[in-house]
Design a protein around this ligand. Structure first.
Ligand code: NAG
Ligand code: NAG
Ligand code: NAG
Ligand code: NAG
Ligand code: NAG
Ligand code: NAG
Ligand code: NAG
Ligand code: NAG
Ligand code: NAG
Ligand code: NAG
Ligand code: NAG
Ligand code: NAG
Length: 632
């Protein structure tokens, strides 16, 4: 506008006055025309849109805006181009029900159609896939169903992005569906129920094809070798299907691949050292949950961009190649559930400073926990359980400043539990973590126990699990510093001495398992202050004296206390633990009366405890909003 005025101004110096006025008038008209907010739609376009409205259920969110007697370019979610042709329909997450009318295929200027996140059902009209103008089609997260049929061959199509993920589509995906889609860049058909083989023609004549997501379907057969013909494919996700056979070597010709995810299929064979190294741009490699065997090839060290390596739950074996030390961008390294053996010291973890998640559990690793692991100060989750590790935990463990989850159970670790363990910052923080309704989803759902399920980052339970080792010595009183701790398991070790009073400082503790040690002394009454304790086990030690009755302690079953002959129960709650002799029970004179009264008292006590317990649970649960925590 400023430009126009300036031009008019400068021209006014040279032109006669009448011309000046008429020029101004023309400019004004022109300005008015340009400034008019929307073009008006033509009748055919309106008819096509009303056809779509017709397919929706009556009470749709569009019923007030989409009126026959108004300009359809002003309708909710509709954008027209200058010629009054509908260019963009954007109606995501509007609660739309009904079906998608094929009449939308008659909109000759439609570039983008976004109907994601509604409740639309029925089939996807082939007219939309055959439209010569649509560039972006997003119907993800609906209830669309039915099969894709063979489409008549057509001229070159404009479509670049197809997102039909998270629907209920079934049947084969006909190989010619994608014919003519020379411009296709991204196809997401994940989370449906497609079956059969995936079309081998997927990459034919598709020079721009970048993203293919087939995950969570029921495709079977081999991974098509023809994928090797995709010249610029960066993302290939096909996990959670029934693909079988070996990884075709052609796949490793797709050197543009950055993200290769094929978890939870039936893939077999080995990782070929010469093949793998060709994918030099790989950032994510996920082959978990297959039937792979063989070793991790030495050449993997050349994949310097690698950030995530998931090979868990296969049948892989051998030692870790030391070249892994070269993958300095690794954040996530998951090998659990294989047959790897040898020393962890093969890898210099100090060259992997970005590591956040390390899970090697359930393998046959031996030797000691490498010192270099303690330089990974970004580690959040460290799991080495169910291996054959021995030696002591290093006093450098307090370098793991971000650690929230430590699981080294079921090894042969020895030595005094190091005090350094009690100095881990993330475990010390008393920040309460009871809000499990966080929005960000944690990459690996955790199933700690049937009754504790955490799926969110915030809900990530701060844990120390050193159970089933050969740890000796006393539990250091510094334990009380780990105020952020939610789960502590030291069971099945050779710990002796008393349970420190300071345990009462672990105000967030939910699970405490000290069973099968040689602990002595009385149960600290400070345990009564742990209001969130929902699983407690000190069975099979050598504890003595009365079981405290306050707080949560009265809610635990006998099995939490058995195997401690010197323990006694001052109440009648614990039937398998002897009553404390000095108190009331022993004073009752006649056996039969005693039994009778016992029963009466038990019934009353049970009623009170049950009632109070339930009431208390309700209060706690509602106050802290713990949807996933169910007290057994
Ligand atoms: C329009 O839809 C709303 C709900 O979205 C419903 O309450 C209303 O009755 C509908 N109106 C008509 C005329 O169907
Ligand atoms: C819209 O209105 C026009 C006349 O105003 C009418 O001819 C046409 O049938 C109407 N369309 C629908 C779908 O109701
Ligand atoms: C598309 O337009 C043609 C011609 O105007 C018409 O015959 C046909 O019924 C329309 N298709 C749909 C699905 O509305
Ligand atoms: C469609 O809309 C949803 C919700 O706004 C958005 O998340 C999605 O990215 C859109 N799809 C495309 C292809 O832009
Ligand atoms: C569907 O996929 C496209 C392309 O990847 C993406 O832009 C869009 O955001 C996706 N839609 C949703 C709802 O995520
Ligand atoms: C495909 O869509 C699903 C949602 O349906 C989404 O979770 C996934 O990230 C998408 N895939 C790609 C490669 O964007
Ligand atoms: C899979 O699709 C269903 C149906 O649309 C949806 O409810 C679910 O959230 C999707 N799952 C994922 C992981 O996207
Ligand atoms: C991989 O590509 C090379 C050339 O880039 C070619 O010679 C070779 O045959 C291809 N291998 C496969 C298995 O397609
Ligand atoms: C690690 O990642 C960063 C940022 O993503 C990148 O700039 C760097 O090149 C990567 N390092 C290597 C060795 O590739
Ligand atoms: C796993 O590999 C071992 C050899 O490393 C082999 O003996 C065993 O049969 C394999 N198991 C399965 C289920 O393939
Ligand atoms: C790491 O990479 C360098 C150069 O690429 C190489 O010389 C060295 O041998 C590699 N280290 C290991 C342990 O493979
Ligand atoms: C437990 O400790 C007592 C003495 O404190 C000792 O006599 C006993 O042998 C220990 N038992 C075990 C299994 O270590």
């Amino acid at each position: 506008m400023e430009n126009t005025t300036q031009q008019l101004h400068s021209s006014s110096n040279r032109k006669p006055k009448t011309l000046q006025v008429s020029l101004l008038a023309v400019a004004l008209v022109l300005l008015l025309f340009l400034a008019s907010p929307v073009s008006s739609c033509n009748e055919e376009e309106k008819t096509s849109l009303l056809g779509f409205l017709d397919g929706l259920s009556q009470a749709s969110a569009l019923n007030t805006s989409w009126k026959n007697d108004t300009n359809c370019c002003l309708w909710e979610g509709v954008t027209c181009n200058e010629d009054g042709a509908v260019m963009d329909i954007s109606l995501a997450s509007m609660g739309l029900e009904g079906h998608i009318s094929p009449s939308l295929g008659n909109l000759t200027g439609l570039l983008r159609l976004n109907l994601s996140g509604n409740l639309l059902s029925g089939e996807l009209p082939p007219e939309l896939l055959l439209s010569s103008c649509i560039v972006v089609l997003d119907v993800s997260f609906n209830k669309l169903n039915g099969e894709f049929h063979k489409l008549p061959s057509t001229q070159e199509l404009a479509i670049k992005v197809i997102n039909i993920s998270s629907n209920f589509f079934t049947g084969y995906f006909p190989s010619d569906t994608l014919d003519g889609m020379k411009n296709l860049a991204s196809l997401n058909m994940s989370n449906n129920s497609f079956t059969g083989k995936f079309p081998s023609t997927v990459c034919v004549d598709k020079p721009f094809f970048v993203v293919l997501d087939l995950s969570c379907n029921q495709f079977h057969g081999g991974i098509p070798p023809e994928l090797g013909n995709c010249p610029v494919l960066r993302v290939l996700k096909a996990g959670q299907n029934q693909f079988s056979g070996t990884l075709p070597c052609e796949l490793f010709n797709v050197t543009s691949l950055e993200h290769l995810s094929l978890p939870n299929n039936h893939l077999q064979g080995k990782l070929d050292p010469e093949h793998v190294v060709k994918l030099i741009k790989l950032v994510i490699l996920d082959l978990a949950g297959n039937w792979l065997n063989g070793e991790i090839p030495d050449s993997i060290g050349q994949l310097k961009m690698l950030e995530e390596l998931h090979l868990d739950n296969n049948n892989m074996s051998g030692e870790l190649p030391s070249s892994l030390s070269n993958c300095s961008n690794l954040t996530t390294f998951i090998l659990k559930g294989n047959n790897f053996h040898g020393k962890l010291t093969n890898v210099n973890f100090s060259t992997l400073p970005n590591l956040k998640f390390l899970d090697f559990r359930s393998n046959k690793f031996s030797g000691t926990v490498p010192e270099s692991i303690y330089s990974c100060s970004n580690l959040i989750d460290l799991r080495l359980s169910y291996n054959e590790l021995h030696g002591q935990l290093s006093s450098r463990i307090n370098n793991l400043k971000s650690l929230r989850f430590l699981d080294m159970s079921n090894n042969s670790l020895t030595g005094d539990i190091t005090v350094a363990l009690m100095e881990m910052p993330m475990l010390e923080q008393a920040k309460s973590e009871q809000i499990f309704l966080a929005t960000s989803v944690f990459p690996f759902p955790l199933y700690l126990a049937p009754f504790l399920q955490y799926r969110t980052t915030n809900g990530f339970p701060r844990t120390i699990n050193l159970g089933y080792n050969r740890l000796t010595g006393v539990i250091p009183p510094e334990l009380g510093d780990l105020k952020g701790l939610l789960v502590l398991n030291l069971s099945f070790n050779n710990l002796y001495g008393e349970i420190p009073e300071s345990i009462g400082n672990l105000v967030n503790l939910q699970v405490l398992d000290l069973s099968y040690n040689n602990l002595t002394g009385a149960i600290p009454s400070t345990l009564e202050t742990l209001h969130f304790l929902s699983k407690f086990d000190i069975s099979n030690n050598d504890m003595e004296g009365p079981i405290p009755t306050g707080g949560q302690l009265s809610t635990f079953p006998d099995s939490s206390f058995v195997g401690n002959p010197k323990l006694c129960s001052p109440t009648l709650v614990h039937l398998c633990v002897p009553h404390c002799s000095s108190t009331n029970a022993a004073a009752l004179p006649i056996a039969s009366t005693e039994q009778y009264i016992d029963k009466v008292i038990f019934v009353i006590a049970f009623g009170i405890f049950f009632g109070v317990g339930v009431l208390y649970d309700q209060m706690v649960l509602s106050r802290y909003n713990w949807p996933n925590l169910v007290q057994l």
